[in-house]
Design a protein around this ligand. Structure first.
Ligand code: NAP
Length: 373
């Protein structure tokens, strides 16, 4: 594993399949279009966390039938009308034995052994397997990545400890296990960047519009032209269901278009949606490093140019868009996540999980002003 790898998304080159090659061939297009409208039996491994419910709802909206598989710990009352098989991916897959599904969406694979075991068990019982990976699988972020870029390696391939350091390399190994068990023809691998929108329990993207809604002087990192990329959870869900419905195989980064959006755009959109104007205080990287302001929950979605993932927000998403991924305007994402946020109880909204606390932000702004008086 690359030393000093940035711990940015925890929440070997993949030769062979490429998105474009494995995508929809002209000859198969008609057949796939036809199958798009067929009602499928879909098994979702992990459908009750953040992104899973959006996929489940989209699949139900398109009249597919869903079976859930999880431990029954997260939001267990969310889908009372759906069949739920209770089991732990680490120790008990027995509920999946002897069953058939048209497609499997693997949302909860963080450990290679778990992905290997479920893919092995399901390989002969399903027509298509879709694995949710991450852009954190890439080895290096000093240049923009595309689907063929080198993947991160991990020395201890047996470790099952998922940390900020091991998350990306373990997801790369999970991808490899899925490929070994399922084969490239029937496998889709999606690599989302930061996922945002209603239901996001990390508050990493949400911090910016939520903080904007409070007004006053607001600290912003770097400069307004700094690029930013996310994926709206609903766009990811739509594309996921498209992939299983149309049997689109291959590997796809799922991100907003590279260089289409910046931190300055995020400020503008946050102000426009919330109807609140802030007084932005843009602080530079040396200042952020000096005060360790980017650390941990400090400034989410900030990746220093001098850090180890400077080009993370220039990941190519063109293959996914060619295969049908649609990215809604980020202003719409902000609008919907703010309505969701307002619907949450006080104990949740009074303690966001990312971003500067009010006191820390005031301290930093005062220090910046003093240094630049
Ligand atoms: N959030 C992001 O920004 C982001 C970015 C890139 C990629 N991703 C990827 O997106 C996927 C889903 O993320 P998420 O944030 O939606 O996850 P999440 O909220 O933590 O949801 C995890 C789901 O998996 C189930 N689950 C977890 N461990 C399990 C186990 N051992 N056995 C059976 N079921 C288990 C959970 O239900 P129970 O607890 O009831 O078991 C829940 O339904 C992950 O693969 C992640 O790597 C996320």
């Amino acid at each position: 594993m690359k030393k000093g790898r940035r711990q940015f998304l925890k929440a070997g080159v993949l030769g062979g399949i490429t998105a474009a090659a494995a995508s929809v061939s002209t000859a198969g297009e008609a057949l796939k279009k036809k199958s798009e409208h067929k009602s499928l039996n879909i098994l979702v491994l992990g459908g009750t966390g953040f992104i899973g419910p959006h996929m489940v709802r989209e699949a139900l909206r398109r009249r597919h039938t869903i079976t859930l598989f999880n431990r029954g710990r997260s939001n267990s009352a969310l889908f009372p009308d759906l069949e739920t098989i209770i089991g732990d991916r680490g120790s008990d897959l027995s509920g999946l034995e002897g069953r058939q599904w048209d497609a499997v969406i693997d949302n909860s694979g963080y450990v290679p052994r778990h992905v290997r075991d479920s893919a092995r068990l399901l390989s002969s019982n399903t027509g298509h397997y879709l694995y949710i990976s991450t852009v954190a699988v890439y080895e290096d972020f000093s240049e923009p990545n595309h689907e063929g870029s080198a993947l991160a390696q991990i020395e201890d391939k047996e470790t099952e400890e998922v940390t900020g350091e091991t998350y990306g390399p373990l997801k790369a190994l999970c991808e490899q296990k899925a490929r070994e068990e399922i084969g490239d023809e029937s496998l889709t691998i999606l690599r989302p960047t930061y996922i945002c929108g209603p239901g996001d329990h990390t508050d990493r993207f949400s911090y910016w519009p939520i903080r904007t809604s409070k007004g006053g002087e607001m600290l912003w990192p770097g400069e307004p032209t700094r690029p930013m990329q996310v994926i709206d959870v609903r766009d990811l869900a739509n594309f996921t269901i498209d992939c299983v419905a149309r049997r689109i195989a291959g590997i796809y980064n799922t991100v907003t278009p590279s260089d289409s959006y910046s931190m300055g755009n995020l400020l503008e959109d946050s102000q426009a949606v919330t109807g609140v104007s802030v007084d932005p205080v843009w602080v530079d990287e040396p200042f952020i490093e000096k005060y360790d302001a980017g650390a941990k929950r400090g400034l989410p979605l900030f990746h220093a140019a001098s850090g180890d993932s400077p080009q993370i927000f220039r990941t190519s998403g063109s293959s996914a868009r060619a295969a049908g991924l649609h990215n809604r305007p980020i202003r719409e994402t902000i609008r919907d996540l703010m309505s969701w946020w307002k619907s949450l109880p006080d104990e949740r909204t009074s303690n966001p999980k990312s971003g500067l606390t009010a006191d820390r932000e005031a301290e930093l702004i005062a220090a910046w002003k003093e240094e630049h008086a």
